[in-house]
Ligand binder design. Structure first.
Ligand SMILES: C[S@@+](CC[C@H](N)C(=O)[O-])C[C@H]1O[C@@H](n2cnc3c(N)ncnc32)[C@H](O)[C@@H]1O
Length: 268
């Protein structure tokens, strides 16, 4: 079976027509705590004293970029969805210079390699929106953009949670009320995960019910993801002398995911 392209992945309505619903349901985290932890991780091995620069890939509403900006970083967000960009602009005041639209991995070429980033983020399972070859390309290019001692933080699925169709995932069903009063129930996955036969690519059905003025509208959409583990990434970067990988213990902060960190070589 063929691997699907990111354009098809974009059919997840939560990243386009329903981006406002994604923004509301995915705000279930303590972004300040997560970002402060990430800044500390950077400082464990690197001590750059001037303004740190961050780049969040697959940024969506750019919660983390907004939070890093409030911690004093010069932060940039990158995503393919214009709906997500509009939300980030109106919520957090991002400018076109700081929220860049494009497709990964290819459009990472837009960045000037002489302007390095100290922190790069790929949060909430987003790496899996690319296939193996695309992730290889992405990390190859990202390694050129990372400052010495800088970190690429990647939030992956926790493998044991995948068992039994995410039976134990706390964020599987989310119920929220939007600013306009509509009640939203989102189930992700909404049923059995469909596993591909030749790779770790999965299809997750998503069901969203919106109740507004006693009228109910249901949306069915799909998230197509590749499951990556720490050892997959270790293999992918094995020929890349610019990066090393470590897995910090983040059980207390990232309860629903596994955090991996790639550090740029030539530490200070
Ligand atoms: C799961 S959301 C993550 C949003 C955010 N980082 C968070 O923590 O909630 C994934 C985002 O990746 C974007 N995306 C999907 N495929 C992409 C691609 N090939 N290039 C750039 N962005 C992509 C979607 O538009 C969506 O906003």
């Amino acid at each position: 079976m063929m691997n699907l392209s990111p354009q098809i992945v974009m059919n997840n309505l939560l990243y386009s027509e329903l981006a406002d619903i994604y923004t509301a349901i995915a705000e279930d985290r303590d972004f300040k705590k997560e970002c402060q932890y990430i800044i500390e991780l950077y400082h464990e091995k690197a001590h750059h004293t001037q303004c740190l620069r961050s780049l969040e890939l697959f940024a969506g509403p750019a919660y983390h970029s907004a939070c890093l900006a409030s911690e004093g970083l010069e932060s940039y967000a990158f995503d393919s969805s214009s709906a997500m960009k509009s939300i980030a602009k109106s919520r957090y005041g991002f400018t076109d210079e700081h929220y860049i639209l494009g497709y990964l991995p290819e459009d990472l070429r837009q960045f000037d390699p002489s302007k390095k980033f100290h922190i790069m983020l790929i949060m909430r399972y987003s790496l899996g929106l690319l296939n193996y070859e695309q992730v290889e390309q992405l990390l190859f290019k990202a390694a050129e953009l990372i400052a010495p001692g800088g970190i690429i933080v990647i939030e992956l699925h926790k493998i044991p949670l995948l068992i039994n169709h995410f039976e134990k995932l706390d964020i599987k069903t989310r119920e929220i009320v939007l600013d306009n009063g509509s009640k939203v129930n989102c189930r992700w996955p909404a049923g059995k995960i469909i596993w591909e036969e030749e790779s770790w690519q999965v299809k997750m059905p998503i069901k969203i019910d919106v109740m507004e003025n006693n009228k109910s509208i249901s949306y069915d959409t799909t998230s197509i993801e590749t499951i990556f583990t720490a050892s997959d990434l270790r293999r992918i970067i094995r020929t890349n002398p610019l990066l090393s990988l470590f897995v910090p213990d983040t059980e207390q902060i990232f309860t629903q995911s596994k955090l991996l960190v790639l550090r740029g070589q030539n530490d200070f």
